[in-house]
Design a protein around this ligand. Structure first.
Ligand code: PHE
Length: 338
């Protein structure tokens, strides 16, 4: 006949195995192993047993307690992992995720990045200068006399202290030459500001890429070669570049530079995209005065400079009808360039 403890153990193991949840399992544990549980009370009963019986029953009691405690632990673990896989099964992995908004580069940034990459390929380094400039950097050093119309209050944003928002990026030509002796080969992308009447093709802020190359024996052929290469890389191999005589105070000779390309209005028209020319010796002399040396001796050094109008180029290239769209942050516009 089995000992009553063995009977208790078998009952306990069966109830444990049948427990459908953690709450029921805990009730079973209390009933058998709790303070006055039916296995625990055998601890008291031991005292009433004889010397011979006590070690035998003591051993049995320990084994029973351990067997029941282990079974409870194992069943609890089984219930936990069951619960987990049920929870996982209720997740529909085929549901679409929560979409996160993806930004994109502004069309002007895109074309600037492309242009910069092409000039870097030609060995141009990046130069930079402040948007708020001195009159000297914007005009005097660039051989622009005090009575030049560009210096008019009507055309330029002046600050109360006499500084101004640069009207072109040619200021960076001066800053670069002040900072380092020749040879120089830099481009300077950046914003420029003019007090224009704002309409579909005029904005108070626009973007240029300035270029400056100073070395021995730099010629107009070098200028033409560099801009032709640039525009063919940017717009395609069919692109033609034309130089029309023009006037800028800081270059001599000076040119308006036009391109014709299938990428721009189907190649039907010549489109003016840049000003350019050979650096005026007077500019070198002003720089020398500011440097206090003869680093840019105009008898030894020559150079070319250009200023590309990037807004207009982007407008034609991407078929953008109104320059104001660049600054309005309208997502319906910007998303077209994502
Ligand atoms: N700074 C001139 C402009 O903004 C462009 C230019 C740059 C012309 C360099 C010649 C040389 O119109």
């Amino acid at each position: 006949m089995p000992h009553p403890l063995e009977q208790l153990r078998d009952n306990a193991l069966r109830e444990i195995g049948d427990a459908p949840d953690e709450k029921t399992l805990e009730a079973v544990r209390v009933r058998y192993l709790g303070k006055s549980g039916s296995i625990s009370v055998w601890g008291e009963k031991m005292k009433t047993l004889s010397q011979e019986e006590r070690p035998v029953v003591g051993k049995l009691l320990n084994e029973t307690r351990n067997a029941v405690a282990d079974a409870i632990e194992q069943h609890a673990e089984k219930l936990r992992s069951q619960k987990e896989s049920e929870a996982l099964a209720s997740i529909d992995v085929s549901l679409p995720g929560t979409p996160s908004e993806r930004g994109s580069l502004h069309p002007l940034t895109q074309i600037l990045d492309r242009a910069i990459a092409i000039f870097r390929q030609m060995g141009f380094a990046l130069a930079d200068g402040p948007d708020i400039e001195t009159e000297w950097h914007c005009f005097d050093a660039l051989n622009t006399p005090p009575d030049h119309p560009a210096r008019n209050e009507q055309d330029t944003f002046y600050l109360p202290d006499g500084r101004l928002l640069r009207t072109h990026t040619s200021t960076v030509q001066i800053r670069t030459m002040e900072a380092a002796p020749p040879p120089i080969r830099v481009i300077a992308p950046g914003a420029a500001y003019r007090r224009d009447e704002i309409d579909a093709t005029h904005s108070a802020q626009f973007h240029q890429i300035e270029g400056l190359y100073v070395d021995e024996n730099v010629s107009i052929a070098d200028l033409k070669g560099a801009l032709e290469f640039f525009f063919r890389e940017l717009l395609g191999p069919d692109t033609a570049v034309r130089f029309r005589p023009h006037y800028f105070p800081f270059t001599e000779p000076s040119f308006e530079t036009d391109v014709q390309s299938k990428a721009l209005k189907g190649g039907q028209q010549w489109i003016e995209v840049a000003g350019s020319g050979m650096v005026h010796p007077g500019v070198f002399e002003e720089v020398n005065k500011a440097r206090g040396d003869d680093a840019y001796n105009p008898k030894k050094w020559t150079g070319y400079a250009f200023g590309l109008g990037m807004d207009r180029l982007a407008m034609i290239l991407f078929d953008i009808p109104d320059i104001r769209l660049f600054a309005q942050n309208d997502l319906r516009f910007l998303r077209q360039f994502a």
